[in-house]
Design a protein around this ligand. Structure first.
Ligand code: PLP
Length: 385
């Protein structure tokens, strides 16, 4: 029996989402930009999905742009808003944090290295949460954009977006947040928190891969990154992925419909898992216990190598992650573990993330497999290479 506890990497497509997508993979193949009936049918489906996403976030459908995923939404927000501001002569400084997903941090660093922007990367505190005051202190009169994620993809730590956003709104600085991990698992108040741009990825909430969302406030100028046919308010060109977009809308609606039950359920599973893993000698939790996503348990395991432990769990039928799966295969400790000063030479660091299909039996199976694998590895010297 296999147990999948890697929902931060990706989630299974919900059957109801697949049902919604089917017609647009076959029968309804029109291009949503075409004026004939086939095109209009596809366009109606896209606009319905746009409304579903807008309703889920409490924004206007006019602010919802579909992209090819979270990576593209982040790149478009970071580069597009920075370029848009510079074109207006508004300033030249971008602020982000040390624990952002690569889609943000590398986009910001590229602006610094190749586009002449000044860049400030604000460190994380040891608990995986960025200090709001420290971040706001980095903002100058030249700052045109701050990008801080809503929740971290490795540690599951929830960032102080509710403090930073309103403070930036007061100072007229554009604020982007990568909410790819937070959506459906934590509150998101786009308006109240002064968020100008927000990225989502459908495959993180039981939708299809290869489709994402950039919520972009209408008064924030954003240069296009992909030039072409001028779709999506002229900000994101490219023929719309109708089936993917329909799936994204259906998955967003499903998240909203179920989250009042699902969040406490995930929280209980997360607590059960945490307690079980902590019962193993020396194991600790990485990241804040109070500001974290309910489904994420991230542990440090002294005396074990991360990859060896991950593979031992895999053999036992349990899927976890050594950090950022978007980066998996990388032998280097992740930039997030480095940012919180985790001891990566002497301990394994494993992320377990529960999801819609996870139940208590899965959690108990994972605890059992973890306990056995750690004991076996430690007896054999930890599996360090
Ligand atoms: N941002 C965060 C926080 C993520 O966790 C991920 C994916 O792991 C992405 C962005 C990238 O999203 P996508 O896989 O849709 O490109």
């Amino acid at each position: 029996m296999s147990v999948y506890l890697d929902h931060a990497a990706t989630t299974p497509l919900d059957p109801s989402v697949l049902d919604a997508m089917w017609p647009y993979l076959q029968r309804e193949y029109g291009n949503p930009s075409s004026l004939h009936a086939a095109g209009r049918h596809a366009r109606e489906a896209v606009e319905e999905a746009r409304e579903q996403v807008a309703d889920a976030l409490g924004v206007s459908p006019l602010e919802v742009l579909f992209t090819s995923g979270g990576t593209e939404a982040d790149n478009l927000a970071v580069k597009g808003i920075a370029w848009g501001a510079r074109d207006r002569g508004a300033g030249n400084h971008v602020v982000t944090t040390a624990i952002e997903h690569h889609a943000v941090i590398e986009a910001v660093e590229w602006l610094g290295a190749h586009q002449g922007f000044d860049v400030t990367v604000v460190p994380s505190e040891a608990d995986g949460v960025v200090d709001a005051e420290r971040l706001l202190a980095a903002v100058t009169d030249q700052t045109v954009l701050v990008s801080m994620m809503t929740a971290n993809n490795e540690l599951g730590t929830v960032q102080p977006v509710e403090v930073v956003g309103p403070a930036l709104a007061d100072r007229g600085v554009a604020f982007h947040t990568d909410a790819v991990q937070a959506f459906g698992r934590a509150p998101l108040r786009v308006r109240e928190w002064g968020i100008d741009a927000l990225a989502l990825s459908a495959h993180k909430f039981n939708g299809p891969k290869g489709v994402g969302v950039l919520v972009l406030a209408r008064d924030v100028p954003c240069e296009q990154v992909l030039h072409g046919g001028g779709q999506e308010r002229g900000v994101r060109s490219g023929t719309l992925n109708t089936a993917g977009i329909v799936g994204c809308g259906a998955a967003a609606a499903l998240s909203v419909k179920t989250q009042d039950d699902e969040i406490p359920r995930l929280d209980a599973l997360g607590q059960r898992l945490r307690q079980g893993l902590l019962a193993v000698d020396g194991v600790w939790v990485n990241g804040s216990l109070t500001r974290r996503l309910p489904h994420n348990v991230h542990v440090g395991v002294p005396g074990c190598d991360g990859e060896a432990l991950l593979l031992a769990l895999d053999v036992a039928g349990v899927a976890a992650s050594t950090g950022s799966a978007c980066q998996s295969g990388a032998a280097e400790p992740s930039h997030v573990l480095q940012a919180i000063g985790a001891p990566t030479d002497t301990a394994a660091h494993l992320r377990f993330t529960c999801g819609r299909g996870t139940d208590e039996d899965d959690v108990d199976t994972a605890i059992h497999a973890f306990t056995e694998a750690v004991a076996r590895l430690r007896t054999a010297g930890g599996g360090f290479v």
